[in-house]
Design a protein around this ligand. Structure first.
Ligand code: 2Y5
Length: 447
């Protein structure tokens, strides 16, 4: 058996992800390091003993979310930012929103959603668990001169829930989502069962029957860290991802196949696209290499997405000097700087300080008899939860009313004004004086 240390160092391991530079985290988006530490499996002596100490106290099936894991498995990114890895092929999304044929459009949405799972650290790392009320904003300058905006807030701590909102006003593309990982220790592996949903609305694609915009619901594959005790540390996506659409019975079901103990291969996918139980297409390949799609009528196979040729578009983030105290990159700066230097003593201390403040704030709320209220997202009502795509969404951006198809009436300028009232996105934008007040208070103005 290999030593635990050599396993964590990943010696002799093949990279899970394509060896292209876009997987690298050293890009200008972090702007602070020339060392791509997220692609290195590492453990120092202290870290190793911490990990062994943790594992010896765990029973299979136990909830990992309350256990503090050592910093050497940390990505230099909060989960709020980590979601944006999935949003780096807006070109496919825009093409879908401009496509008239419903089946062609559905296929493009499948292609888009499958196109970014490969954007991840090459080592087995997890994003920072955001603290309650932490938020993150960013934007993209799109090649056609338009812009996309993203904002996320941690809406729950136990269990961790990250709510996010993304919009390309000019193209009428809106995404609402929730990441809700339920992590479990399984023995030789850990799992994060991804319970959240993504709801994608094409505001300009109107369903003739309902008069409402088309809505896609997308679930997430589960995530596994394998080989914690023996066999080599490995990140795997597993189980099924589903895509459904409000305007037709089309369903995509993609299975992320985990490797068996002896047989099988890593990162394989196998899926179908069906309409009323009639299989129309088959999907195969690897989610981090090349994915193919077979038209079952014509028997023709073509490339769905080639990760080796992908050119993901990274988000842009306002400078730290402009960020608020609870804004992800500013909040975690000392931790991420220490991680960049692989100084886990400092990373652990600084992470503890941030989290200790959160514990103090939670204690104070109990003493004062008040509940935490998010600033940027509001809870959905029971009626709203019943709407298509809203199951497991739980929260929605508080500006929801102003960013719907009918409210916006294709007025892109007005839509952007509403977006910019939520939070600063672009360099130079200021926080407005209502920023800190809870979303439900802000909404009283519209009641
Ligand atoms: C926490 O400790 P931590 C502590 O848990 C919490 O209770 C404390 O608060 P309080 C808090 O202050 C802090 O100390 C632990 C826990 C939190 C896990 C997540 O150490 C990880 O900060 C489980 O956090 C990972 C299992 C499988 O973390 C994931 O439970 C697989 O929960 C791979 O943060 C991930 C890679 C590496 C893990 C490696 C090794 C594990 C070794 C374990 C050894 C026993 C949730 C983590 C979820 C991870 C998912 C990562 C991928 C995210 C992709 C999102 C994509 O007040 C979304 O109680 C796509 O003291 C959306 C689509 C958009 C279009």
């Amino acid at each position: 058996m290999h030593s635990l240390k050599s396993k964590l160092l990943g010696r002799g391991e093949k990279a899970v992800h394509p060896p292209s530079s876009h997987n690298s985290s050293k890009s200008s988006e972090m702007g602070d390091s020339s060392v791509n530490v997220e692609d290195i499996d590492e453990v120092d002596d202290q870290g190793q003993s911490i990990l062994m100490g943790i594992i010896s106290q765990l029973r299979p099936g136990c909830d990992l979310s309350r256990i503090t894991l050592p910093t050497f498995i940390l990505e230099r990114k909060s989960m709020l930012e980590r979601v944006t890895n999935q949003l780096q092929q807006p070109d496919i999304l825009i093409e879908a929103s401009n496509t008239k044929d419903p089946l062609e459009r559905f296929l493009l949405i499948v292609k888009w959603y499958m196109s970014c799972w490969h954007i991840a650290p090459q080592a087995v790392k997890k994003p920072l668990n955001p603290i309650l009320g932490e938020y993150f904003t960013c934007y993209w300058d799109l090649p056609d001169g338009t812009q996309a905006f993203y904002v996320a807030e941690q809406t729950s701590h136990h269990p961790p829930k990250s709510s996010y909102f993304y919009i390309i006003p000019e193209h009428g593309i809106r995404i609402d989502g929730l990441v809700e990982p339920m992590s479990r220790f399984l023995g030789n592996s850990t799992a994060a069962m991804m319970n959240g949903l993504t709801k994608l609305t094409l505001l300009n694609v109107i369903d003739k029957q309902t008069g409402q915009p088309e809505v896609y619901t997308l679930s997430q594959p589960n995530m596994y860290a394998r080989g914690i005790l023996f066999g080599g540390l490995k990140f795997e996506l597993g189980d099924h991802l589903y895509i459904k659409v409000s305007s037709s019975p089309l369903v995509a079901d993609v299975e992320f196949k985990t490797k068996g103990l002896i047989s099988g291969t890593y990162n394989a996918i196998q899926g179908t696209i069906e309409k009323e139980h009639e299989k129309l297409y088959e999907i195969s390949g690897k989610w981090n290499e090349v994915m193919e799609i077979k038209d079952l009528k014509t028997k023709k196979t073509s490339v769905l997405f080639d990760c080796f040729k992908a050119k993901p578009l990274r988000p842009k983030v306002r400078d730290i000097s402009e960020q608020g105290e609870f804004e992800s990159r500013r909040l975690w700066l000392k931790v991420t700087d220490a991680l960049a230097e692989r100084n886990h003593t400092v990373a652990t201390d600084e992470k503890f300080k941030v989290e200790e403040e959160q514990r103090e704030a939670a204690k104070k709320r109990v003493e004062d008899g008040v509940e935490f209220q998010p600033k940027l997202f509001r809870k959905l009502t029971i009626e709203e939860t019943a709407e298509f795509g809203n199951e497991h969404l739980e929260f929605v951006i508080y500006k929801d009313h102003a960013l719907k198809h009918d409210a916006a009436k294709h007025d892109v300028k007005k839509m952007e004004e509403h977006v910019f009232e939520i939070a600063p996105f672009l360099p130079g934008q200021q926080f407005n004086d209502k920023f800190e007040i809870p979303a439900y208070e802000k909404l009283k103005e519209h009641a």
